[in-house]
Design a protein around this ligand. Structure first.
Ligand SMILES: C[S@@+](CC[C@H](N)C(=O)[O-])C[C@H]1O[C@@H](n2cnc3c(N)ncnc32)[C@H](O)[C@@H]1O
Length: 767
């Protein structure tokens, strides 16, 4: 391969870093509208802007003069030309330009121009016909694709895009982003429009045209509506309206009542038997707070009323007394206080009660939609009784891992994924899951009626006809179920300052909650099926580039063994040492996806739980000890990197993101950090690092495991396979040097920098 002429790429020379980082930070802000990340939750996603910029700069030739290749222009002109390329990059990373076709076309043209120059340089190469075809761009591959940011951006830039991941949930997310939409691009929807119900959105088309994935997204919405109606017939009785004067349920079909309102959510509080022998027959509440709303002018709180050996909850409007904030908590050590006697309830006691199956839950408040916003009502026995009618026919039995760092509920006896849901939540999620397969049959029949030819092949077999189309809609409907699960488990929380439900995965862990909202999935407001479907549909449109013409292929593959990278351009983002246990976390979703979609993807969902053994995460609890975990990570990552060094297309550098925390530069010499082990793997695998770019890929204020693993940003390593005769320095020396340089680079990043050069130690590294 050494006789291949490989012009330097822009990313190996200079980048407008400040613009990229600014765009990346902007994209992480909430409230920027539909975004591909909304399709399905994944942990530690890279910003699209950074992914787009990196892939562009890795594909475009630097204009500088390279004597040995006889290409490029003089220093001064090269600077002007670089500035022109920066101009393209600056436009390319702007969030509002994500699907701006003229901006994308300009970038694609530049990629093609560089490719043609490279082909011309190599036209006499013996394999030029296959390797350097000026009419065919090399394809892209990300072997740790996760939430799909990198493969999606490669596709947007006009490359045929390949994604793989070990995790079936990640594989499905990538399919939903880059593989499925192009198959059905530009098709009109086939589903029946929802009947006029007085609700504007339900009856109208959501889009003005059927370009890109809009037709598919509209069908997700239409069949989502159908599923809602079917589900309501089956389980609507579990979700009654409420009488605003009494707090009692009003069954559906009871006709319009003067004081009726839609319930948004029921607030539950977990309970244990009082440890005080005098009250040991009473279930006392473990309330983290009694505040329901802390919005100025709309304050509302729960007031527990005690009488002898019993209590009940009232709900009061107005400024809450100071004590309401703390609920029944007692500070760190004691956890809670018995509401009746003030006796301390410590964590050990709660754990023992939970494990003995004596942790219960009481209704603490009802949140309804009044004519002027949220109304908070005191709980009633009748409302509790409705919830108690729910009898789930199924629940996920998969066990949570024995990983006390990130999974807290097993300590309290909630050991299976099914334990994280109330019976009513289980009934609802199971009902929607059953309906996915029924909807799939209906969609196929409707598609045939609409004249779509059926090749009898499902998505899994590469079909594009009626069967595959039904499969496709079903995938996005199943994603809506996962969204409901995320916001509709008993690990979700209520945020009084925003009067809103917060998701289960506020961070990459499953904590315990003491009080939680149980949303009305049929409310048509807040956390409900209708909104989950809308979210799925809107984000599908946001995910697929406007025309969705560039194809994508997604596989389940272990990065240590894959052959997909052969002759492809690679940009990837491997797991950061022990930071996120993707496989363990994603079981939360896998159990529901498997239930809904196994007939569509039988191989992907063959196992009861997400495969864990090959996951490249250094988790001591899985490998027996810290040392064994580190060794596993080093060996596995070296094998994975080796696959890349061997297979990557020879003219493009490989780019590798690695999450980075400030302490990584400061704790020099304090043993092996994730970084050291990772770098060792990269170097051992036969790569040399030609540049390192600090990227701001995480929100600075992100809520992560009590600061211990704060991911401030990423470093993008630009790598080339090492020449056999390359000069070397020791690994230790290299890491020391890199850390020093990174430290400065981070300062530069924080201070802002225009068009700076990459930070890289001299090109003489060994393992
Ligand atoms: C940092 S994440 C990728 C995130 C992605 N770039 C994004 O923006 O969403 C790393 C991924 O590596 C995957 N992974 C872990 N071990 C793997 C293995 N042995 N083979 C393939 N993928 C693996 C995890 O499932 C996870 O999705």
């Amino acid at each position: 391969m050494s006789n291949i002429k490989t012009p330097k790429k822009l990313i190996e020379v200079a980048l407008p870093l400040d613009d990229i980082n600014e765009a990346a930070a902007h994209e992480k802000q909430p409230g920027i509208g539909a975004h591909p990340r909304g399709l399905h939750l994944w942990w530690a996603r890279r910003p699209l802007a950074a992914a787009r910029a990196v892939i562009f700069a890795q594909m475009v030739n630097d204009p500088g003069f390279e004597r040995h290749l006889g290409r490029g222009i003089n220093k001064k002109d090269a600077q002007v030309e670089r500035e022109r390329l920066f101009g393209i990059l600056r436009k390319l990373v702007v969030w509002e330009n994500t699907n701006n076709q003229s901006v994308l076309e300009e970038a694609r043209a530049e990629i093609w121009k560089s490719w043609r120059e490279t082909c011309a340089l190599n036209k006499n190469h013996p394999d030029a016909a296959t390797m350097f075809n000026p009419e065919k761009l090399p394809a892209f591959h990300d072997p740790f694709a996760g939430g799909g940011a990198l493969p999606l951006e490669a596709q947007r830039l006009g490359l045929e895009s390949y994604a793989s991941d070990l995790n079936p949930v990640a594989v499905l997310i990538n399919k939903a982003m880059i593989e499925i939409p192009p198959k059905f691009a530009g098709r009109a929807p086939i589903g029946p429009l929802p009947p006029a119900t007085g609700k504007k959105d339900a009856t109208r088309n959501a889009f003005d045209d059927w370009s890109g994935a809009r037709g598919l997204a509209e069908d997700v919405r239409r069949y989502g509506y159908w599923m809602r109606e079917e589900a309501f017939k089956r389980i609507g009785h579990l979700y009654p309206k409420v009488d605003l004067t009494t707090g009692k349920p009003i069954p559906h079909g009871a006709g319009n009542q003067a004081n009726e309102a839609t319930v948004i959510a029921w607030i539950w509080v977990r309970t244990v038997k009082s440890p005080n022998p005098a009250f040991s027959h009473v279930d006392v509440p473990l309330a983290s707070t009694f505040i329901l709303s802390s919005k100025a002018g709309k304050e509302c709180y729960v007031e527990p009323i005690i009488g002898g050996d019993s209590y009940y909850f009232e709900v009061r409007n107005g400024k809450p007394p100071e004590r309401a904030k703390a609920g029944t908590t007692a500070g760190k050590r004691n956890a809670f206080l018995c509401l009746l006697s003030g006796v301390a309830i410590d964590y050990n006691y709660i754990r023992a009660e939970g494990k003995a199956g004596r942790m219960g839950q009481n209704l603490m408040a009802i949140i309804a939609e009044g004519s002027r916003g949220r109304v908070y009502l005191a709980p009633t026995h009748e409302m509790e009784a409705v919830a108690n009618q729910a009898q789930p026919a199924w629940q996920p039995e998969t066990q949570l891992p024995d990983n006390p760092r990130d999974f807290k509920t097993p300590n309290y006896g909630m050991t299976s994924f099914g334990d994280l849901f109330t019976p009513r939540q289980l009934v609802a999620l199971t009902t929607f899951s059953d309906l996915v397969q029924i909807a799939r049959e209906k969609i196929k029949a409707d598609a045939l009626t609409a004249g779509i030819i059926d090749d009898g092949q499902g998505l899994n077999d590469g079909g594009t006809g009626a069967t595959a189309y039904a499969d496709a809609v079903a995938v996005y409907l199943a994603f809506a179920i996962d969204r409901l699960a995320d916001y509709g488990s008993s690990i979700a929380t209520w945020k009084p300052s925003g009067e809103q439900v917060m998701q289960t995965f506020k961070r990459q862990a499953l904590p315990i909650t003491w009080d939680f909202p149980e949303s009305n999935f049929f409310a048509g407001k807040s956390i409900c099926w209708e909104n989950a479907v809308k979210y799925s549909s809107d984000n599908l449109v946001a995910s697929s580039s406007y025309e969705s013409v560039f194809s994508g292929q997604v596989f389940q593959a272990d990065a240590q063994r894959q052959n997909i990278s052969m002759s492809k351009v690679i940009s990837t983002d491997p797991p950061y040492y022990d930071n996120i246990g993707y496989a363990d976390l994603s079981d939360f979703f896998y159990v529901w996806l498997r239930r809904s979609l196994r007939p569509i993807y039988p191989a992907l969902f063959a196992t009861m739980a997400v495969p864990k053994a090959e996951e490249l995460v250094a988790t001591p609890y899985r490998h027996g000890s810290k040392e064994k975990a580190e060794q596993f990570f080093l060996n596995g990552m070296t094998a994975a990197m080796h696959r890349l060094a061997e297979q990557a297309h020879p003219v493009f550098p490989t780019t590798i993101y690695y999450a980075f925390k400030q302490s990584d530069t400061t704790d020099v010499g304090t043993g092996n950090t994730g970084w050291e082990t990772f770098l060792e793997a990269v170097l051992k695998a036969g790569f040399t690092i030609t540049g390192t770019w600090p990227m701001r890929t995480e929100l600075a204020n992100r809520m992560i495991g009590s600061g211990t693993n704060a991911l401030a940003s990423s470093i993008v390593l630009v790598c080339r396979p090492r020449e056999a005769n390359a000069a070397t320095i020791s690994r230790r020396e290299f890491i020391k040097e890199l850390k020093q340089e990174l430290s400065e680079a981070i300062d530069v990043m924080i201070g802002g920098a225009e068009g700076v050069s990459p930070v890289a130690p001299p090109l003489r590294q060994n393992s």
